[in-house]
Design a protein around this ligand. Structure first.
Ligand SMILES: [Zn+2]
Length: 384
């Protein structure tokens, strides 16, 4: 095979992967919106204008605001003129955009930190004891408050000093499994001056004490599994951890920031976006999948996904303020208009994920006339 055809084949595979991925996300979004609107309308399918306003924003993501068009930016096609919810948890379209951007910043911070040989990186996982029946809007605040309380405490300050912890990045991950229910937990990346391993026992003590203060009725976290500390330098430990994610960007930054990966860590259950997939819906039954999904949308509303310690961005030379979720989404939508869409054409695309993703692929491959032809034909047939 000549180099050129190999390159062309790789480009084709990448483009097909992207098309399939988009199709999956559009289908997920359609299902999420159907479920959220169904709940708001009490199952009648009809919404009054007051109810439309009360819909959670992910339910309106992709709704046309003005005239819509297909645009190109950095070789990627997308549809402009629509509402974007900028939800970092529960939107199959916005969530990956936001998290990929955050992972990029984090990757840069990690690379710069590791330029100094005497710097260490540690991957800390903090969990709480929970029952299958615990609602997510109870356990999620406990997990996130516990971290704020712990790292704001005198004990943590002393601990960070004696263990040379300079910075941290903390992210919340949420999984669900039929055996254990909701499992919100924390991933924290610790940046240490020096390569000595931070003392795990003290973290267990601090974590247990903090949880006890926040919710004295809750069982203490498991001594064995409640606090995990792994070196993020050791390629073996990392490879072992990360090989469980089929996501292509297998690195620690993605691991901390993303959360849209297909399979959660083994035995940890599923990623909530999978509740929108046919296979999972078949296993759980549509009623349970829908109930869990709406519970997740509500419980994560306005919760922060990832926080950086003060000065980490500055010290690593990552310019400017951390962008908000909204800013990340707004910046990603300034491209060159390629195809103007009629109201009907856009509606057709929005309701048929396979055509939607295929048309964007054609535009990215420079086949705009074909894209236009497909839009025209499918709009005409959806009219009949
Ligand atoms: Zn969205």
């Amino acid at each position: 095979m000549t180099a050129q055809t190999k390159e062309q084949q790789d480009a084709r595979h990448k483009s097909d992967d992207l098309r399939r991925w988009r199709e999956e996300q559009y289908a997920r979004r359609a299902r999420s919106q159907a479920w959220l609107m169904d709940r708001e309308s009490g199952g009648s399918g009809r919404l009054q204008s007051r109810q439309l306003r009360d819909l959670p924003r992910p339910a309106r993501c992709g709704w046309p605001l003005t005239a819509t068009s297909i645009r190109l930016r950095d070789g990627k096609a997308y549809i402009a003129g629509t509402e974007h919810c900028a939800n970092p948890w529960a939107c199959p379209i916005c969530t990956p955009i936001i998290r990929t951007r955050r992972a990029r910043d984090l990757r840069m911070a990690i690379e710069r930190w590791k330029e100094t040989a005497e710097h260490g990186l540690w991957f800390l996982t903090l969990t709480i004891a929970h029952r299958k029946s615990d609602p997510l809007d109870v356990t999620l605040p406990i997990v996130s408050n516990a971290w704020s309380c712990m790292r704001g405490s005198q004990a943590w300050r002393r601990y960070a000093q004696s263990n040379s912890i300079e910075h941290y990045v903390r992210a919340i991950e949420i999984t669900w499994s039929p055996q254990h229910g909701w499992h919100p937990h924390l991933h924290v990346l610790l940046f240490t001056r020096g390569t000595r391993e931070p003392d795990r026992k003290s973290i267990i003590n601090m974590w247990t004490t903090t949880l006890q203060t926040i919710d004295s009725n809750r069982k203490a976290p498991s001594k064995r599994h409640g606090v995990l500390l792994e070196s993020a330098d050791s390629s073996v430990a990392l490879a072992d951890y990360l090989s469980k994610t089929p996501d292509k960007r297998r690195d620690i930054a993605s691991e901390v920031a993303r959360g849209d990966r297909k399979q959660a860590r083994r035995n940890d259950g599923i990623n909530p976006l999978q509740l929108l997939d046919d296979g999972v819906i078949q296993q759980l039954g549509p009623d349970q999948a829908k109930r869990l999904w709406t519970e997740y949308v509500d419980a994560t509303y306005r919760k922060r996904t990832i926080t950086w310690s003060r000065n980490l961005r500055r010290d690593m030379g990552i310019g400017g303020e951390e962008p908000t979720d909204e800013q990340i989404i707004q910046r990603s939508v300034h491209g060159i208009p390629v195809i103007d869409l009629t109201t009907e054409a856009y509606r057709m695309l929005r309701t048929t994920p396979a055509i939607h993703s295929y048309v964007l692929q054609r535009v990215e491959d420079g086949e705009v006339p074909i894209a236009i032809q497909i839009i025209d034909e499918c709009t005409a047939s959806s009219r009949n």
